[in-house]
Design a protein around this ligand. Structure first.
Ligand code: GLC
Ligand code: CA
Length: 542
């Protein structure tokens, strides 16, 4: 299989609102990002997935776009954006734009015109339905952000579809003119020199509302092939689709280069392992490590050479991994490093979410008034009305709410963590005095240097990028161990996914240590007692 640049790098996700404020209005911005590029270069990443920076009324923090070809004024100007692309390029970092084309803002010009009249050329860019004869909603489709997915529009005299907030009307991809407009917009960005696109909820674009088909609709892959040919097909860009319902089979449809669709997708099977099956993300159950092992192993082996994985623990929609599946108390440093080693030794393109590389944690809240995110706020109201206890809902928000990952980046121990000199739009996590970039850089045993080393290793060793993966099954349930093999070379990756000690037994011989999260490591693997969250990688002999 041909090798691509995006198979050889580590990506880094920036949530601009929370990364670095440069003009002290409490909101992160593009100049702020530019000022931190040297830090990212030191970490060693090869690309930035930039969450949306387009003009937006911010009902869903930029995922509701009112102009795809303008920059949100709070974030800066188009000149700042061009500067960011150029400055990143100087450091061999590509900028991957967030492409949010399942829906727009209701303040987008297309929607403003569409709702005015049934004869508007934009009417059919969105999904409209009349009320049923008895006056009821077109059907009972639910919004992912709670409540009904249909909203009555007085001006239009019809219902429109919104799978997210009411201010995010869904686009109608069946309209060929709309699709052309989107491709033109993508080319506008490609011409600016970006490195690719992360495609927001892309598996929803071929919905069939009357049949209640939301994801993986009938024309999804036709649209992606059409998009590929009309835009990035001959450009050597990174494209990654957000696809909540993907299976390995579906992933191959998207990411087999022979199909001319995307470079890779984000699949979420591992992310759902701590929710009650058949219920929502807010209905919690403990993670079973044995299931986590099976899910990763399945994805690592089943794509084979016919597709490409992305590797991630968290993003702007998910809680902080060290709080979620590690230990953000006594073992914060050990467990964060264990999680990093375990993921970064797999095959695929790893994505680091801002702050993960210094072990940032969730920020617990105690009342709903502290919550900013529309998803949590709507869910809270809905569940209260359904009779849930407020304290149980808050418990779910603390475990899964999206604000956890969105608190400002912790740069140093000064006020508001060096993020801003004004009050930040979302409060800084109070632990910033100990957990911050300055402290991490000053400590050669910090989580940061584990990530830096993992990135260097990936650059250097084709085994990490392209080797085969094999789960080692004969271990204790909470020991996650696997072997990578490439051109006769074998590496063993072992991690104790637990705050208890666990035994690991292996009869191969160790050639040398590659990386570990603890010192005083005995390399006698015959009957090794792993300390809580211990993780290491060794090259095996012969
Ligand atoms: C994606 C984004 C999320 C957003 C939603 C609607 O899931 O990652 O942040 O709220 O789509 O655009
Ligand atoms: Ca600012």
């Amino acid at each position: 299989m041909k090798k691509y640049w995006w198979q050889e790098i580590v990506m880094y996700q920036i949530y601009p609102r929370s990364f670095q404020d440069s003009n002290n209005d409490g909101i992160g911005d593009l100049q702020g990002i530019i000022s931190r590029l040297d830090y990212l270069q030191k970490l060693g990443i090869g690309g930035i997935w930039l969450s949306p920076v387009y003009q937006s009324p911010n009902d869903d923090n930029g995922y509701d776009i009112s102009d795809y070809e303008a920059i949100m004024s709070e974030f800066g100007t188009m000149a700042d954006m061009e500067k960011l692309i150029a400055e990143a390029d100087k450091r061999d970092i590509k900028i991957i734009m967030d492409l949010v084309v399942n829906h727009t803002s209701d303040e987008h010009q297309w929607f403003i015109e569409a709702r005015q009249s049934k004869t508007s050329e934009y009417r059919d860019f969105y999904v409209w339905r009349d009320a049923q004869e008895n006056g009821e909603l077109p059907n009972d489709l639910q919004s992912i952000f709670s409540g009904n997915a249909w909203e009555w529009d007085e001006v239009a005299g019809q219902y429109y579809l919104h799978f997210f907030s009411k201010k995010q009307p869904d686009l109608n991809w069946e309209n060929a003119k709309l699709r052309q407009k989107i491709y033109e917009m993508m080319n506008f960005w490609i011409d600016k020199g970006i490195g690719g696109f992360r495609m927001d909820v892309i598996d929803m674009i071929s919905k069939v509302p009357d049949q209640k088909i939301i994801g993986n609709g009938p024309h999804l892959h036709d649209y992606l092939k059409e998009m590929h040919h009309a835009t990035f097909g001959d450009k050597d860009l990174l494209t990654v689709g957000e696809t909540w319902g993907a299976t390995p089979e579906i992933a191959k449809q998207y990411s087999n280069p022979a199909h001319h669709e995307l470079s890779m997708i984000f699949q979420f099977e591992h992310v759902g392992l701590d929710e009650i099956p058949g219920k929502s993300k807010w209905d919690l159950r403990p993670l079973q490590i044995s299931e986590l092992k099976q899910v990763f192993s399945k994805w690592q082996t089943e794509l084979g050479d016919e597709g490409w994985n992305s590797l991630f623990w968290n993003n702007h929609d998910l809680p902080r991994i060290v709080s979620r599946w590690g230990n953000d108390g006594d073992y914060r440093v050990e467990s964060a490093k264990m999680l990093a080693i375990l993921l970064h030794m797999m095959k695929g393109t790893p994505y680091i979410y801002q702050g993960e590389e210094i072990g940032m944690t969730n920020r617990p809240i105690s009342t709903i008034s502290e919550v900013n995110d529309i998803e949590s706020i709507n869910m809270y109201q809905e569940r209260l009305a359904q009779g849930f206890e407020a304290s149980d809902i808050i418990h779910s928000i603390n475990a899964k709410g999206r604000d956890n990952a969105r608190t400002p980046m912790q740069w140093d121990a000064s006020n508001d963590a060096g993020f801003s000199k004004a009050e930040p739009w979302l409060p800084v996590n109070p632990n910033y005095q100990t957990i911050n970039v300055a402290a991490a850089l000053a400590d050669d045993q910090s989580i940061f240097y584990t990530y830096q080393r993992l990135i260097q290793l990936r650059k250097k060793h084709d085994l990490i990028k392209f080797g085969d993966f094999e789960l080692i099954n004969e271990t204790e349930a909470e020991v996650f161990a696997y072997r990578r093999t490439y051109q006769g070379e074998k590496w063993l990756i072992v991690s104790n996914f637990s705050e208890q000690s666990n035994f690991f037994t292996f009869d191969g011989k160790v050639d040398k240590l590659i990386i570990a999260n603890m010192t005083d490591l005995s390399l006698d693997l015959n009957h090794k007692l792993l300390r809580p969250y211990e993780a290491f990688v060794v090259k095996l002999r012969g």
